[in-house]
Write a protein that binds this ligand. Structure first.
Ligand code: AMP
Length: 508
């Protein structure tokens, strides 16, 4: 089934219901939005594009993003949503690698994209520009007949290392993702808004689909990105609002001093990176039982495990602290296991690579057979994440194997140390890495944003974790290196560390 039917149906069934909000206002109802998508589809087909041709979108969040995304699917074409925050050279790579023939681009990105555009790109269409209006002048066309295994999106993974890879996501994959979200994370009904403060080209964009399927409102902040003051204003304006946010964004909201009508919040969904227990507790204090977690990746579109609002808030449960530090239990649409070297399931408590399989999993990486074969070996998606299930079936993610520190022959998981350091009220952010060391193999080094005494931090570690796990050095910095999705880049931190850009004292 072509997912564009969702919008087309809503255009008939609930034409007057709000579909797209921009700031505090509704800009398109379902009649207008569905007509826009059908006309864009007509306009794209008139350019001579055939089913499966790739069409990229490079734009920060804006109201027409949804119309374009659905217009592409409506025409049976395949969308390539690329993050506008990427460097021009990276965008050029994605355009070339995907073989996109057309690229929708926002005005602010036009020059940057143009200067890196590959030869294969035939047309750049500025959103809201003259060419765009010409597309919209086309006749609306019916939704293209495509099967569920037709390529809907080429989803380039953010890649904390190396070149981004294009996960091939079909209509069926995205259909599962939408329904998994609706049934297990966030019940949504007609008129329920979702605020896109994170890039629509990535995690937040995944939630456009379920909100269209259910007749919800996709709301774009006027700033086009994440501004805590604006978020609080919009929460006040849009009752029953949900939002997908990286943990760093939730943390900034918690720390931001503004009035907030928390009753208006339906769900804050965090994911994309680990959220520390202490931060979850503080978020619960501020926003109440309105937080849920998802764990996923582009290859199994934002859907591997989830921790529901009820589980996050149930502090009466004897294992509540472990649970809010976990990534929850698998979504019902797929199998998930911690696997050994032969992909066999490990018993509870044993750490292995997280594997999953099910109809939601991508078809492979675009034009990269080697990586596809490796990642999908034995019919399992090899996530590259490591973790362990407990007896109750809750998954706790450990650090990626490249982040694991081996010091004096003992394994040290950075997150465990980070969780402890964050208990100190002066520590705003922290990242723990291993530094090569002739004597120990590696020693533990903590990069800290905030204001805390080394001695206090050391004592905190001594009273909570094994001696050998405590940092040998603290390096105080103004900010940690992060990618465009707010994920801390440990690889870059290690490189910086190796280059000796450090100050601080060695611990005894
Ligand atoms: P991406 O495909 O760019 O969205 O990155 C996905 C990766 O982010 C996963 O493979 C995990 O390493 C990490 N990730 C996603 N969700 C979570 C979560 N809830 N907790 C910890 N790490 C996460």
């Amino acid at each position: 089934m072509n997912l564009a039917h969702w919008l087309s149906r809503a255009g008939r069934a609930i034409p007057d219901a709000p579909a797209i909000g921009f700031g505090t206002k509704t800009v398109y109802d379902y009649r207008a939005l569905s007509l826009r998508a059908a006309k864009l589809a007509g306009g794209l087909l008139a350019l001579g594009l055939k089913p499966g041709a790739r069409v990229a979108i490079i734009s920060k969040n804006q109201p027409d993003y949804v119309a374009i995304m659905f217009g592409i699917m409506h025409a049976g074409l395949s969308g390539v949503p690329a993050n506008a925050k990427l460097h021009g050279a990276e965008l050029g790579y994605i355009l070339e690698h995907s073989g996109a023939r057309v690229c929708f681009v926002s005005e602010d990105m036009e020059a940057e994209v143009a200067s890196h555009a590959p030869k294969s790109l035939e047309r750049m269409i500025r959103i809201k520009g003259a060419d765009y209006e010409r597309l919209l002048a086309a006749d609306a066309v019916p939704v293209a007949e495509v099967s569920g295994d037709h390529l809907a999106w080429l989803f380039y993974t953010s890649g904390t290392t190396g070149r981004p890879k294009g996960a091939m996501l079909t209509h069926t994959n995205l259909n599962w993702a939408a329904h998994a979200y609706l049934s297990e994370v966030d019940e949504t009904n007609t008129g329920d808004p979702i605020l896109h403060a994170a890039p629509m080209s990535h995690g937040s964009g995944m939630y456009i689909m379920p909100h269209i399927a259910k007749g919800g409102v996709n709301v774009v902040p006027e700033s086009g990105s994440f501004d805590p003051q604006e978020i609080f204003t919009l929460i006040g304006k849009w009752p029953r609002v949900s939002m997908f946010a990286a943990p760093t964004m939730i943390k900034r909201l918690v720390d931001y001093n503004a009035d907030c009508n928390v009753e208006n919040i339906r769900t804050f969904v965090w994911g994309g990176a680990p959220m520390y227990v202490e931060d979850v507790r503080r978020a619960l204090e501020r926003f109440g039982p309105r937080l849920a977690q998802i764990y996923g990746q582009g290859e199994s579109p934002m859907t591997i495990t989830k921790l529901s609002k009820r589980e996050v808030a149930d502090s009466s449960h004897p294992r509540w602290l472990e649970r809010i530090g976990s990534a929850g239990t698998p979504y019902s649409c797929l199998e998930v296991r911690a696997g050994d070297a032969n992909d066999n399931s490990l018993p509870a408590g044993e750490i292995g690579e997280i594997l999953c399989r099910g109809d939601i999993v991508m078809q492979g990486y675009w034009k990269n057979e080697e990586a596809s074969a490796k990642t999908l070996a034995n019919g399992w998606l090899h996530t590259g994440d490591v973790g362990a299930f407990d007896e109750d079936g809750y998954l706790t993610l450990k650090d990626r194997s490249k982040d694991l520190i081996i010091s004096g022959g003992s394994n040290i998981y950075p997150r465990e140390v980070e969780e402890i350091l964050l208990k100190h009220e002066g520590v705003r952010e922290v990242s723990v890495i291993g530094r090569p060391d002739a004597e120990w193999g590696e020693v533990v080094v903590a990069y800290v944003v905030g204001d805390a005494g080394e001695k206090e931090l050391d004592e905190l570690c001594l009273s909570n974790i094994a001696r050998f796990k405590r940092p040998k050095q603290y390096v105080f910095v103004d900010a940690l290196p992060k990618n465009n999705y707010g994920k801390i880049l440990k690889t870059e931190l290690r490189e910086r560390d190796a280059m000796g850009k450090k100050k601080g004292k060695q611990n005894g």
